[in-house]
Design a protein around this ligand. Sequence first.
Ligand code: DGT
Ligand code: CA
Ligand code: CA
Length: 575
Amino acid sequence: MPKHNADIAAVFEEIADLLEIQGANPFRIRAYRNAARILSELSQEVSRMLEKGEDLTELPGIGDDLAGKIKEIVSSGHCSLLDRLHAELPPAITELLKIPGLGPKRVKALYHDLDVQTIEQLHRAARDGRIRELPGFGEKTESNILQAIEVHANQAQRFKLAVAAQYAEALEKFLAAIPGVARVTVAGSYRRMRETVGDLDIVAAASVSSPVVQRFTSYDEVTEILSAGSTRASVILKCGLQVDLRVVKEECYGAALHYFTGSKAHNIAIRRMAQQSGLKINEYGVFRNDTRIAGETEGSVYAAVGLSYIPPELRENRGEIAVAKAGRLPRLVEQSDLRGDLHVHTKATDGHNSLREMAQAGLANGFEYLAITEHSRRLAFAHGLDPLRLARQCDEIDQLNAELKGITLLKSIEVDILEDGSLDLPDSVLARLDMVVGAVHSNFNLSRAKQTQRILRAMQHPYFTLLAHPSGRLIQRRAPYDADMLQIIREAKNRGCFLELNAHPERLDLLDTQCQMAKEEGVLISINSDAHSVYDFANLRFGVGQARRGWLEKYDVLNTRPLKELRRLISRTMS
Ligand code: DGT
Ligand code: CA
Ligand code: CA
């Protein structure tokens, strides 16, 4: 029975929510939240680790207690702590936390004083004007809640790409093993590597007699069958993700794949082109009059309209068709092009592994270099480094480099950019480093002018090399801070600095369109993992996907350079 990391993470999130509503110890709550975050970002399935007899306490943030709970969930499908909490509190109560403005304290009050247990009951209580009577609520809060419920109702849930990947990959494998199935691809926004996906669209080529639809609807994670016919079905998985399956004959596979990969805007533009040359395109093929002239492969579909193959990540109708027509499609960067990673933490701050372990993992990933970029002292909660500890780490790196073969550690720091644009460590300390990565971790709400000036000032610093997670957004959690990215990119160009594309599944920052902007301005992008453990290099694939959506080619990416060339690029001549 498959139990994905995201499912286990959801159990821990729910435990944390329920404990919070009960007013439990904050440390206990945080432990569950941390574990949930770690699990949902982990690149390998913990159920597989258990099968192989691996020790889960090796994972960051997972102690004996949590490891025991994971085992319990994987082996029994249940968690006794969650069952107990469900017995103590109404089952749907955590739904209330999804309404902006409702934290655990308010949910608790609504439950105790008004017996509100569901969103419907909350809606009724708000409409009846009962909420304003509660201490600490008031009329304004009540009307905010009412508004939020209405917005919430119209908002379909989207899944982060890395979370969707856990379900998509397992389903792809499951379907591929069904008799009569020749090919399976998860298409749609997932294949285009969008940062979030609304649902999964799977295209399968199968024989007429294949039981693929019936097996699909009885997949053990399916909780609801929306529709099922002989060549298509739609289901909802337990996690809430919708999956649409379309089954076609092998000769139509390319046409169907093209159709269901989208985007819709791209498809419409291609179809219009086809019409102009007297062709008809649909999910079964490309037709002249009623004769099929293409459709077995996607390449044949593009060729029929006189284009070369357009990679899925570009299919957003953002100019890719014109470029294809002119024969100037970019050769997009690939993960195998990366020669190193310029944003890596160790357990000296908030990472989980030692310098040596990270170096070995980097080597196993085929890397030539890693920049070690701990937090600086301002980030006290992450045990940020002060000058003395940084100097000690530099010594350690020198020693390790003398011993390591095949990989070089670069001395660096993820130095905090303070509110006025100065850096959190003195020049004398930064001078010893191979490169300086700067990042904003506070004061997200400055005005556009101030935020922009702050970052420009940081980049004007003689030792500044690379701006980490430049927009500051967290997917679905925090909007980008307000800053003029074009001006920042142009300053990077002037100063010989670089921008990061942070591949962390919560970040994917730079955004795709900003990558395009940087490319046009001639600023190189570094695709970095922001690794906090040896497992995190696996996240680079999502960063590469985002880079490809941003039209980046190998030579637009800083860390495709061999070490020698990289050194030349990062050793700035001070102006
Ligand atoms: P999502 O699921 O919201 O993240 O985004 P998509 O792009 O996966 O969209 P979805 O699931 O609604 O549809 C999957 C693909 O099917 C879409 O990318 C293109 C194709 N498609 C859907 N509706 C239409 C349509 O009305 N016309 C055309 N040409 N293609 C469509
Ligand atoms: Ca979709
Ligand atoms: Ca769909």
